[in-house]
Design a protein around this ligand. Sequence first.
Ligand SMILES: [Zn+2]
Length: 352
Amino acid sequence: MKNILSLLDYVHSLSKTDKELFSRIYSVSGDLGLLKVPKDIQPWVSSKFGSVEVVESQKIIRVDNRITFESSLFNQLRAKRPIDTNNKTDVESLIKKTENDPFCKPLTNTPRDSFGRVKGKQSISASNIAKYDSHHGLIIFKEHNPLKFSLSSIKDYLETAQKWINKVYKLNPERKFPFIMWNCLWKSGASIIHGHMQTVMAKEKHYGNIEKLKMFSDVYTDLFKADYFNDLFKCHEIIGLGFKKGKNKVLAHLTPIKDKETIIIAKELNDSSKTIYKVLKAYMKMGVRSFNVGIYLNPLDNSWKFPVIIRIVDRGNLSDNTTDFGGMEVFAGTSIISSDPFKIINNIKKEF
Ligand SMILES: [Zn+2]
C-alpha cells in the first residue's frame, strides 16, 4: 500500500503532463529530524516506537498548496502508527446519560426563528439561542444519539437545512451566503451531545475561508485558464488519493486541516448525501467519533458559482484531554498530521 512518506517518489514517477499539473498546485519536500536518545530511555522509546533508530532519524514530509497556502507536515513516527480504533471513553453510555435534554423536546424546549420552524421527517429547525451571526439556525435530529445516523437521516437533515436556508433567503434576500456545519460530539466544539447541524447565512460577503477560496480559485483560473476544483481533484486522483462516484468526487486531502480530512466535491447539495454517509461510515469504522462536517455553498443569487465543497475532519479521541489544535494550527497555519491520506482513501473506498 502507498504511504504519505513516499509521496515524493510517487510525484517523481508521474508522467510529464501529470507532474506539470500536480506542480501547479502542490509542492512536496522531505526532510529528516535528527536527535539522540539517551540510554536510560531507550527501552521505553523502543517499546513505544518500534526502534531507537526510527526516532533518532525521523522522516518528515511537508506538502504545500501553492495556490491557497494551505500546508501540512506529516511525520513518519505519527503516520506510521496504526489507526487507533480504541476509544477509551464509553461514548455510547455517555450519550445515553444525556437523553431527555432540551433537544429531545425541541418544540417546547428550544427557541424558534421569527418565521417559525422548518421540518423534515427526521429533523426540525430551531433558532440558536446564542447566535454566531444574525441568522443562525439549528437542525435538530429526531435521534438523540448523533452517531446513529443513516443514509435517509443524513438526506433528511440536509434537506431541512436547505429548506431553512431557502426560507431565510426568501425573507431576507440580502442574506445570500449560506454555510452548513455539523459538529459531532465535544472534541469538535459541539456543546450539546444531541445530534444537530447548524446553518448560518452571511450578508455582503461569504465567511472568511470561502471568500479566500473564491479569490484563490479565481487567481488559478487567470493563471492557468483552468478550473481550480477540477485540477485539485485531478492532482489527488493521479497520485492515488481521489476517486469519482456518480456526480461526486472524493479526495483524501493532501493538505488536511487536521487528521483524516476528506473533501467531497459535488455538483449539488442534494446529490451528496449518499457520499457523505459513506465517508462517515468509513470514519466510524476507523474509530472516529467526533468530527466536523463543513459545507461551502454558493451565494444564492448565483453571483458566483462553485461546486459544493464538503469538508469532513476527525477531531481526535474523545478520551484525550488535549485538543488537536495547537500553536501550529492556530497561528502558523501549517497543520501537524498524524493520519496517512493513503490509508484514509483505502478505507473510504471500501464503502463504495
Ligand atoms: Zn436529546
